[in-house]
Design a protein around this ligand. Structure first.
Ligand code: DGT
Ligand code: CA
Ligand code: CA
Ligand code: ZN
Length: 576
């Protein structure tokens, strides 16, 4: 039984206990255990086989009672308590609580009074007005309900895909296994991973070798394989033991450029390219480009030559989404997008004075190792009362501390910033005077996410005019968990350009926010960007790669990204 399956059952128990009005303490205990187990890196089954029930009890959040139930589940595949609970409150109806805005009690009312036990039935009842039979369901709540259902559906679709970081790690593991074999001449990740798309459906790899069959057999023996889906002479598809599909294609080196181009996609980019070429008597495939008139097949061992042959600029993989890149490449008008080594600093990170895990000194040492010229420290402010943030007084103390530690470092300059809450009414939670004493402020929305578009837009516009220099994770989306809030983006872009506020491109895997398409749009208004890690620990600094990838997918160039600028220029802009 997987951790996820066990966590799901514990979570369901907590929901049913809540419906039944059981003690809050018990509800939370099951919820917490579910949460811990679903995030555990070790398999519960392994923990149990190795250390028995005592080892289970050592898992944080798992007490004796829950450990006994997990043991029962692992031994018998069943849990009596759970069977009893679900006979009264069917497992099926619990899906309703996954809709944002529906709690355990409401879900049960839907089930009991309207016999609703699926999202489809819920949607039907909301649209037909049947839900208003529940006394507290008036017009506004029906509208919210429909919105919640839309969010649920979007999230379900996204959850079938993995985060870019996950795919990147697993592909890295598979590639390093392949490269240990001398028969493997070249091996690359292709598909959406090479294009660095924010979420990935499956992983695609290509290999060139003189001995395809031997390499297929070698790959089939990889230790990370759960099962083999299909196996041929030049291709193999497997399921990774993390339940992820990997497709592998193998070709001789002669055609590697064509293969790379073909399997990198996107499908839309390739279709456009093929149609364009057909009109010119050329047929493009993974085996090369055929000149139909002269009946000659051109081979490409190198992708750059392929685009050159077609008479266009080389198109970086991140741009291949059919968003105008082919037209631009033909006119020699593709922008030179930011490179992976162009950043001179990072402007968003947290110390242990708010919710980070490291000291100022540790962060600075890491930034120096990354060859940064400056590092902006931006801890949370205290205005929301949640998460440990800094009060105005403590923020000034923190600034003094940053300046003190700055003196201990050569080659890197520490900047004193803050991540300031944009309150529900659009005010910032620290005063303008304090912001002026800092090098810069990031303004972020961390509360009241459900405001309507007009209110949210006004709120953010107000903050943009209040002295912040970076608008942090602008849409607030969390991939697979939460859609971004509603903003009138053209208004936001105009204001950011006018008040010299950079839009953040946050590198956290579930954020990648601002997203690629909006980055592209924002440039039409003259907006600037800051690519930040938002590091809460030292390893988080390395996530910056994904933020840069997102900027590249948004066609952003070096000059538009404020943390590619040298310190003088940056500080001058902060004062503007
Ligand atoms: P994903 O896996 O949903 O994140 O997206 P991709 O782009 O990796 O798509 P996938 O895995 O279905 O296919 C890998 C690449 O194969 C795709 O990017 C382009 C290439 N390809 C070439 N011709 C075709 C075609 O006719 N259909 C599809 N689906 N892909 C094609
Ligand atoms: Ca794929
Ligand atoms: Ca695939
Ligand atoms: Zn932050």
């Amino acid at each position: 039984m997987t951790n996820q399956e066990i966590a799901k059952i514990l979570k369901n128990i907590s929901i049913i206990l809540e419906i039944k009005g059981d003690s809050k303490f018990r509800v939370i205990a099951f919820e917490r255990a579910a949460d811990v187990i679903s995030n555990l890196t070790k398999d519960i089954e392994d923990i149990y086989t190795q250390g028995g029930i005592k080892a289970l009890e050592e898992v944080p959040g798992v007490g004796q009672g829950i450990a006994e139930r997990i043991e029962e589940l692992l031994k018998t595949g069943k849990m009596k308590d759970y069977q009893k609970l679900t006979s009264e409150f069917p497992e099926k109806m619990l899906v309703l609580t996954d809709v944002p805005g529906i709690g355990a009690k409401t879900a049960f009312a839907f089930f009991k009074k309207l016999k609703i036990d699926s999202i489809a039935k819920l949607e039907k009842a909301a649209k037909s007005g049947a839900v208003s039979k529940l006394s507290h369901f008036k017009e506004k709540s029906v509208k919210n309900l429909l919105r919640g259902i839309e969010q649920y559906k979007a999230r379900a679709k996204e959850q079938e895909r993995m985060l870019l970081t996950t795919a990147d790690q697993l592909a890295g593991q598979a590639l390093s296994y392949l490269k240990r074999n001398k028969l493997v001449k070249r091996a690359d990740a292709v598909g959406s991973l090479r294009r660095m798309k924010e979420t990935i459906g499956d992983i695609d790899l290509i290999i060139s070798t003189p001995k395809p069959q031997e390499v297929v057999n070698y790959f089939a023996k990889a230790p990370f394989i759960k099962n083999i889906l299909s196996k041929g002479n030049t291709k193999i598809s497997i399921t990774h033991n993390k339940n992820i599909r990997i497709d592998v294609e193998i070709l001789p080196e002669l055609d590697y450029g064509s293969l790379l181009q073909h399997f990198t996609g996107s499908k839309e980019h390739n279709v456009h390219l093929r149609t364009w070429a057909e009109k010119r008597g050329l047929s493009i495939s993974e085996y090369g480009i055929k000149d139909l008139k002269k009946k000659k097949l051109h081979h490409f061992s190198n992708e750059k030559d392929l685009y050159k042959f077609l008479g266009m600029q080389y198109i970086e993989p991140e741009l291949r989404e059919d968003r105008g890149e082919i037209e631009a490449a033909l006119e020699n008008k593709l922008p030179k997008i930011i490179g992976y080594n162009d950043l001179l600093g990072d402007l968003h990170c947290h110390t242990n004075k708010s919710d980070g895990s490291n000291t100022i000194f540790e962060l600075a040492a890491k930034a120096l190792k990354m060859k940064y010229k400056y590092l902006g420290i931006s801890d949370h402010t205290a205005g929301l009362g949640v998460a440990s943030g800094l009060t105005e007084k403590n923020l000034l103390k923190h600034k003094a501390e940053i300046q003190k530690i700055n003196k201990k470092f050569r080659g890197i300059k520490l900047l004193a910033g803050a991540e300031i809450n944009i309150l529900a009414n659009g005010k910032l939670d620290i005063s303008r005077d304090i912001i002026k004493k800092l090098d810069y402020g990031i303004g972020s929305v961390h509360s009241a996410f459900n405001q309507d578009e007009e209110t949210m837009t006004k709120r953010v516009l107000n903050a943009i005019k209040s002295g912040i220099k970076i608008f942090g994770h602008p849409s607030g989306r969390l991939l697979g968990q939460r859609q971004g809030y509603d903003l009138e983006w053209t208004e936001i872009f105009k204001a950011c350009a006018k008040y010299n506020v950079a839009l953040e491109i946050n590198s956290f895997p579930e954020r990648l926010d601002l997203k690629d398409t909006l980055i592209k749009d924002a440039q039409d208004y003259g907006c600037k960007f800051a690519i930040d890690s938002d590091a809460h620990s030292l390893e988080n600094f390395d996530l910056i790669k994904y933020g840069i990838a997102t900027a590249r997918r948004g066609w952003a160039t070096k000059k538009d990204i404020i943390n590619t600028w040298d310190l003088d220029k940056l500080l001058k802009w902060f004062k503007s």
